[in-house]
Design a protein around this ligand. Structure first.
Ligand code: FNR
Length: 181
């Protein structure tokens, strides 16, 4: 049966560069995978007081995470870490205690930035959290997409050939990783 790849984009921006790159990578996945974008835009901020009577947005997120066989994360970097919206969904779906729904699944991490350091800080902060959540990110190749504005046309489509080739090899490595589980 088809494997579902849960795609999580750590930016809510309509014209997000991360979303552009995520759409491109999703289009590269072979037919035996279903790419499902997990909506993080409406997930209420984590508050432990709500755990006994969770908001619908939390329940929906946890179901979407549970339904995925693997994850592909696309993250911008905010102040050398992951955006709060992304950290929030990591936290929400890790709870209640003992019911972390992220765990025991493979993942890929792609960090995307306008800057030259390619969101390295966010990429590695995300790895730190995923290590604790018992998610297994692909280690090599790493995917750092820097200076992204120079890689897209004015509609946000990826046009840089080297990056297209790199993302194809990344998608191949990611699906090979997923098949090991
Ligand atoms: C940024 N940006 C940024 N870029 C970076 O490479 N390192 C950083 O630490 C930061 N810090 C940062 C903080 C805040 C609050 C904002 C709003 C932005 C710039 C960031 O890379 C840029 O906004 C990207 O366009 C964000 O990704 P999306 O929204 O295009 O996917």
């Amino acid at each position: 049966s088809k494997k579902t790849i849960g795609i999580i984009v750590g930016s809510l921006r309509k014209e997000s560069f991360n979303k552009s790159i995520a759409n491109y990578v999703a289009s590269l996945l072979p037919a035996e995978y279903e790419a499902k974008f997990i909506d993080i835009s409406d997930v209420d901020m984590f508050n432990q007081d709500l755990e006994d009577n969770p908001p619908v947005s939390w329940t929906r997120l946890r179901e979407d995470v549970k339904a995925a066989d693997a994850y592909l994360f696309f993250t911008p970097e905010y102040n050398r870490s992951v955006p709060a919206v992304l950290k929030n969904v990591l936290d929400v779906a890790s709870r209640p205690y003992g019911q972390n729904v992220w765990s025991h699944k493979p993942a890929g991490i792609v960090s995307v930035s306008m800057g030259g350091i390619a969101a390295f800080g966010a990429n590695h902060h995300l790895r730190q959290t995923l290590a604790f959540l018992d998610v297994y990110p692909l280690q090599q190749p790493e995917a750092y997409i820097g200076n992204v504005m120079g890689l897209l046309d004015d509609k946000g489509n990826l046009v840089n050939e080297d990056t297209k080739n790199f993302l194809k090899s990344y998608a191949d490595a990611f699906t090979a990783w997923v098949e090991k589980f």
